[in-house]
Ligand binder design. Structure first.
Ligand SMILES: [Zn+2]
Ligand SMILES: [Zn+2]
Length: 305
């Protein structure tokens, strides 16, 4: 028996509505376009930039085809490209409905900083604007290709941060630190600090936790350092104990075998690696929190990394 068309259409419409509900519940993610410029950067470098941006910002990334650098941005006296002109060109290339656009190039770029008309930079972003540009030229000078790619990915997070309204941050290790003319500054940067994160939260664009970024976070580094020290400490104490049990002289504590009750108590106390690690973890957290104390940047924003 054939069912009337309306009886088939109603369940189908219900299914379609249910399928659309998650999309209706969540607004579409802002789209950040990537515009590779000039000589192409390695694919692995571009992927590193994308991983870093996805790790910190809730955006959808779309890559535009490689385009030549606009001639009007060429600064002949220094044989490099004016980043501020590139930002204007990127603004003109902004696809309809795009949230932001990031230009990427291997060429040297520059801008005016203070009294210096043409100051070479790794990146430039418009504070609270829609455009930013980054360059590999300075990032990989004197370092391996991998380190250069990592620096470029950090600069991408930094410049997009400027477009989201973040100014330079005085907290050491924050990705919004001012490079102050040194590419190596980005090597110590691993995360956005609590102040910068609070700023993004207040502006309605909270940052993600940074997991998946192509570098190791400071917390992980400190955890590994603590674990290494803890293991060394445990090994040393176990070796000493074994020597004492075997009656062998211990080079470190042999002359002190006739120990005080206090030392005896300490020796008998179980070596609790878990609580030792927890204490070290607490120390690491308090150290990071001290670094990221709630201090707002008061410096003038030079718009360059
Ligand atoms: Zn910060
Ligand atoms: Zn900057």
């Amino acid at each position: 028996m054939r069912r009337p068309p309306c009886l088939v259409a109603i369940p189908l419409a219900t299914l379609a509505l249910l399928a659309c509900m998650p999309a209706l519940a969540q607004p579409p993610r802002p789209v950040l376009y990537l515009q590779p410029y000039g000589a192409s950067l390695p694919e692995s470098t571009l992927r590193g930039v994308e991983e870093a941006l996805r790790a910190f910002y809730d955006v959808e990334l779309r890559r535009l085809p490689l385009a030549p650098l606009p001639r009007k941005a060429w600064y002949a006296p220094r044989k490099r490209w004016r980043a501020d002109v590139l930002l204007d060109a990127l603004e003109a290339r902004l696809p309809p409905g795009a949230d932001r656009i990031l230009g990427l190039t291997a060429e040297d770029i520059s801008t005016t900083k203070g009294d210096v008309y043409d100051w070479g930079v790794m990146g430039l972003g418009r504070l609270g604007g829609k455009t930013c540009v980054i360059s590999m030229f300075r990032a990989n000078k004197g370092v391996s290709a991998a380190r250069g790619a990592q620096r470029l990915a950090k600069v991408a997070v930094h410049e997009v941060g400027h477009t989201l309204g973040l100014e330079h941050c005085p907290n050491v290790g924050c990705l919004m630190e001012d490079a102050k003319g040194r590419a190596a500054t980005s090597d110590r940067e691993t995360d956005l600090c609590a102040t910068c994160r609070a700023h993004l939260r207040q502006s309605g664009r909270p940052a993600k936790d940074g997991r998946g970024a192509p570098w190791r976070s400071k917390m992980v580094f400190m955890f590994l350092l603590c674990r290494r020290r803890s293991t060394q400490c445990l090994t040393k104490r176990r070796t000493t104990r074994r020597r004492r049990i075997a009656g062998a002289p211990s080079p470190a504590s042999g002359p002190r075998l006739a120990v005080s009750p206090h030392r005896l108590r300490r020796r008998r106390a179980p070596i609790d690696a878990t609580s030792h690690m927890a204490a070290l973890g607490r120390y690491a957290t308090s150290y990071i929190n001290t670094l990221c104390a709630d201090r707002l940047s008061t410096e003038a924003h030079p718009q360059s990394h």
